[in-house]
Write a protein that binds this ligand. Structure first.
Ligand code: R5P
Length: 311
């Protein structure tokens, strides 16, 4: 087995390799003067089971292209099996046609990965589970929930908890987390979004008064969804609001929005490499999912069960 990394999240790739007690495959991913990407693998991978770690986060298109080129290089070097480890799957939010004459870009990305030569895909908290069906190759979708639940129990386990989904679409995810927290009660923020990038909280379904609320979502991008939801929950009498979000996309002014919000704390994972701003914010804490991904990789390589990781 070999673990290779693109440039998108080297610290995560190193941590996964450390978990597996393997060195990272010696490879160089460089840019030509015009930004063309060039990949050179400096060791033999013929006949190897190779896992290439590359979340397709900002800059999404560069990181995606780098991943495709790495897969091509591995395929041409006769790797036996290539698994694209994409902890954050960019373009996942474009998983259906929101209107006429619009693309389904998540499907296009799935086609590109397959066409480049990926034999398997490993991702974490895909925006929608059905994206697995966009691939005709085996796709494992891991959940950060066990890592989050352990942290919540350790930090907030003594409080009267309420798990909250920031929108109707996230209820299944929130329910799964609530189940891990001794069946904590569930509330839903009924959010109406007028335009992309803007969110408006309408009302809260469930009684959050006197509760320590745990907001759960897959992505924080501009932070609008979360910060508005946190304010609405505090207005309804919550004692505190803490957010657990798998993918800290944190675009634009998101970090300062979070810092100035009603949130007690935002907890994200290292599926995306955090910016210096995010690391410096005393409201943002990062949990590692390297052992989770490392263990899934070990099981894929050993051909043992991945789903039992979540029993
Ligand atoms: C939407 O369906 C996602 O689950 C997130 O709620 C959304 O992407 C967050 O975006 P933002 O932080 O820009 O409100």
């Amino acid at each position: 087995m070999k673990i290779m990394s693109g440039n998108s999240n080297l610290p995560l790739a190193r941590a996964i390799a450390a978990y597996l007690e393997l060195p990272l495959t010696d490879a160089a991913v460089r840019r030509f003067a015009d930004e063309e990407i060039f990949v050179e693998i400096h060791e033999n991978v013929r006949g190897e089971d190779v896992f290439i770690v590359q979340p397709t986060s900002y800059p999404v298109n560069d990181n995606l292209m780098e991943l495709l080129i790495c897969i091509d290089a591995l395929r041409r070097a006769s790797a036996k099996r290539i698994t694209a480890v994409v902890p954050y799957f960019g373009y996942a939010r474009q998983d259906r046609k929101p209107g006429p004459r619009t693309p389904i870009s998540a499907k296009l990305v799935a086609n590109l990965l397959t066409e480049a030569g990926a034999d398997r895909v490993l991702s974490v908290d895909l925006h929608a589970g059905q994206i697995q069906g966009f691939f005709d190759i085996p796709t494992d979708n891991l959940f950060a929930a066990p890592v989050m639940a352990a942290d919540i129990q350790a930090r907030y386990g003594d409080q009267s908890l309420m798990v909250v989904s920031p929108d109707v679409g996230g209820v299944v995810r929130a329910r799964a987390l609530a189940k891990r927290l001794d069946n904590a009660p569930l509330a839903i923020v009924d959010k109406r979004r007028d335009k992309p990038g803007q969110s408006e909280v309408m009302n809260i379904i469930g009684d959050v008064k006197g509760r320590a609320c745990i907001l759960i979502d897959d992505i924080i991008d501009s932070g609008g969804t979360l910060c508005n939801a946190a304010q609405a929950l505090m207005d309804e009498g919550a004692t505190s609001v803490t957010a657990y979000i798998t993918h800290g996309v944190l675009s634009g002014a998101a970090v300062s929005r979070v810092t100035n919000s009603a949130l007690k704390e935002l907890v994200i994972t290292d599926s995306i490499q955090a910016t210096e701003d995010a690391k410096a914010s005393d409201k943002i804490r990062i949990l590692t999912i390297a052992p989770l991904i490392g263990e899934a990789i070990r099981r894929i390589a050993d051909e043992s069960s991945v789903s039992s990781l979540f029993d």
